[in-house]
Design a protein around this ligand. Structure first.
Ligand code: CDP
Ligand code: CDP
Length: 224
């Protein structure tokens, strides 16, 4: 079969990464998590006390970031200057810092180049904010995954509850709204549905239903 690519975009908590991982397993293709790359730049800036409102400082910092990504057996591992930060970047702060550095053109330029390189030579499913609009404009299938703020807040709270962590629901909701604002209104490659993407609102769907719906769309386009 010919190589194909699947782009999954949408706001935080819509289920992009969980769904993409599962679909990658089912179709036996590579999963690329682009959010992890913005998180890694965010983590570097947090650790080095870079002012996240200062584009110049961030651009300078970018020169000191060596990012390496390996893809094996469906798992993406990401290295920041030689250190495996795959788990370290999974914090709320790194997510917020990611969204802050993602407004800067030089950051996007560097990461998009890495993403396009990684997509070469095999079939992929890639998730992020600008995959269908910018990184893979010719993707075979484009999905825009959406869900209400209320549901996305509930999902995040549920995750924290399972981890046994304390949380404030109002605060989580506020952070989700802020992140949406930030991602939709930035100048370069904001979060938006590509014209040829199919939008799915999974507010009232569980994971299984969401995966089934997306697989059906893929199967209409590709003979998998
Ligand atoms: O990657 P993104 O931020 O879009 O979302 P995620 O991390 O994949 O999903 C956030 C949480 O929502 C996970 O705990 C999923 O299991 C859950 N989820 C759900 O409960 N129902 C769905 N239809 C999709 C995701
Ligand atoms: O898991 P969650 O949906 O919370 O976020 P993520 O996918 O890990 O992405 C973190 C942040 O990186 C997002 O809020 C975006 O600001 C940025 N990002 C981006 O600008 N472009 C992408 N292709 C992926 C992420």
């Amino acid at each position: 079969m010919e190589q194909y690519s699947i782009a999954i975009d949408g706001p935080a908590g819509s289920g992009k990464s969980s769904v993409s991982k599962e679909i990658a397993k089912i179709l036996n293709i590579v999963y690329i998590d682009t959010g992890a790359m913005y998180r890694t730049v965010g983590l570097y800036c947090l650790r080095n006390h870079i002012n996240l409102d200062n584009a110049e400082e961030i651009e300078k910092a970018l020169q000191n970031i060596d990012m390496k990504i390996t893809l094996s057996e469906g798992k993406q591992t990401i290295y920041l200057n030689g250190e495996d930060v795959t788990e370290t970047i999974r914090t709320q702060q790194a997510g917020k810092a990611a969204s802050d550095v993602a407004v800067i053109y030089a950051v996007r330029e560097k990461l998009v180049q890495i993403q396009r390189e990684l997509s070469k030579g095999h079939s992929v499913i890639m998730d992020g904010r600008d995959i269908g609009t910018n990184v893979l404009p010719h993707a075979t299938v484009k999905i825009y995954l959406n869900a209400s703020v209320e549901q996305r807040t509930n999902r995040r709270c549920h995750e924290l509850m399972l981890l046994g962590k304390e949380y404030n629901k109002k605060r989580i909701e506020y952070e989700i709204i802020q992140r949406d604002e930030n991602d939709k209104n930035r100048k370069y490659n904001p979060l938006k549905k590509a014209e040829d993407a199919i939008e799915i609102d999974n507010s009232n769907m569980d994971m299984e239903q969401t995966i089934k719906t997306i697989l059906n769309i893929i199967k209409q386009k590709i003979n998998v």
